[in-house]
Design a protein around this ligand. Structure first.
Ligand SMILES: [Fe+2]
Ligand SMILES: [Fe+2]
Length: 358
């Protein structure tokens, strides 16, 4: 790690990535209002390319009720029940990184996959590390946390799988998006066999996952009285769009979720699971993928939506390359800027280091 003193270090290195290099620093840092975003889209990018709005969108309605704040995001630690496994150190590095951020984040959200095999011992190990955070934290489950005992240990340690909080004028939602219809009772699978199937990157017998009917009902109720100009930050383990369903890089009821959230001016949807930098924008929802603290998944063989920014994995011999944490700054106008805080800063493209407007 270059940040030996555990401070966040973002060196000003030249990183090779494609046409996004043409976007100047000002375009990423200087835009915080609707008018400025419109200028960027018209002036910097070719006009008429709607999908380019991915980086430029900000809250439609500036509200005066928001007190700016920062919170951190950690995800996909995949801890094993093995003493001094290297993922333990990377998880703890991320916790230390967050504790040393200035300004200190108000809270942390952990976006799923604390454990690797769903063992209570793995979840306990993760909880002990998360308990070292100097600020409150919330957790949502990933599939690796859940399918050994159907969430029993997870619920016992972390509470409700669907939750929401209001913070400084922003409504923050966390949901369990990894619920799969029963594929195990019919063939008589044991708990371990069920977990084993879910662990496969491409599990043909598992079927797609989502929040299911119960989750949709919960969400409808949760946002019923929230005003449309309230910024929403939505956490799910899986993306709210069909990125690559064969690897469950998708949420089966994402269209219904997007429908429920359609009334809001601005939704920032942050997900884990994909272990990589990826973006999308669908209507009022900016979607952003997060890197893990364990390993990077390969990019699936599909075209990425604009902006097609990927991790730079320059050094395959560096086991921390492409991993790390993130933090999100929410401004007074309700817009958010996501920053990647990688262990190895050269793994992250310049455009992402400077902050991605949501
Ligand atoms: Fe994961
Ligand atoms: Fe996952």
């Amino acid at each position: 790690m270059e940040d030996k003193d555990k401070k966040i270090v973002v060196p000003d290195k030249k990183i090779i990535f494609d046409e996004k290099e043409k976007i100047s620093r000002r375009d990423f840092l200087g835009l915080s209002a609707k008018g400025a975003a419109a200028t960027m889209i018209a002036g910097v990018f070719a006009p008429g390319v709607g999908s380019m709005i991915g980086l430029g969108s900000v809250a439609e309605a500036a509200t005066k009720k928001i007190k700016p704040f920062t919170f951190a995001v950690l995800t996909d630690g995949h801890l094993y029940d093995i003493k001094d496994h290297r993922f333990d150190g990377m998880f703890m590095d991320a916790v230390n990184m967050v504790n040393n951020m200035k300004p200190r984040p108000d809270m942390v959200v952990y976006a799923g996959d604390i454990g690797q095999s769903g063992l209570k011992s793995e979840l306990l190990k993760g909880k002990a590390m998360l308990d070292k955070l100097k600020m409150p934290y919330k957790v949502i489950p990933g599939e690796h946390d859940w399918y050994l005992d159907m969430g029993k240990a997870w619920r016992g340690l972390f509470g409700d799988e669907n939750w929401s909080i209001n913070h400084n004028g922003v409504h923050v939602i966390g949901m369990n998006s990894i619920k799969i219809a029963d594929f195990w009772t019919g063939p008589g699978l044991t708990n371990e066999e069920r977990m084993g199937r879910v662990l496969e990157l491409e599990c043909n017998s598992c079927g797609p996952w989502g929040v299911e009917e119960e989750g949709l009902e919960w969400l409808k109720k949760d946002v019923k009285k929230v005003k449309p100009d309230t910024p929403i930050i939505f956490f799910s383990h899986s993306p709210l769009w069909d990125y690559y369903p064969r690897w469950n890089f998708a949420t089966k009821d994402a269209p219904e979720i997007r429908d429920i959230l359609r009334k809001f001016d601005n939704v920032m949807a942050i997900h884990g699971h994909v272990h990589q930098v990826v973006f999308n924008k669908i209507g009022n929802i900016s979607s952003i993928g997060t890197s893990s603290t364990s390993w990077p998944w390969p990019y699936p063989p599909v075209d990425l939506p604009y902006p097609n920014i990927r991790h730079n994995r320059l050094d395959p011999g560096d086991f921390k390359d492409g991993m790390g944490g993130h933090h999100l700054s929410v401004a007074e106008d309700g817009s958010g800027t996501m920053y990647y805080d990688p262990f190895n800063p050269s793994a992250i493209p310049e455009a992402v280091k400077r902050g991605v407007k949501l």
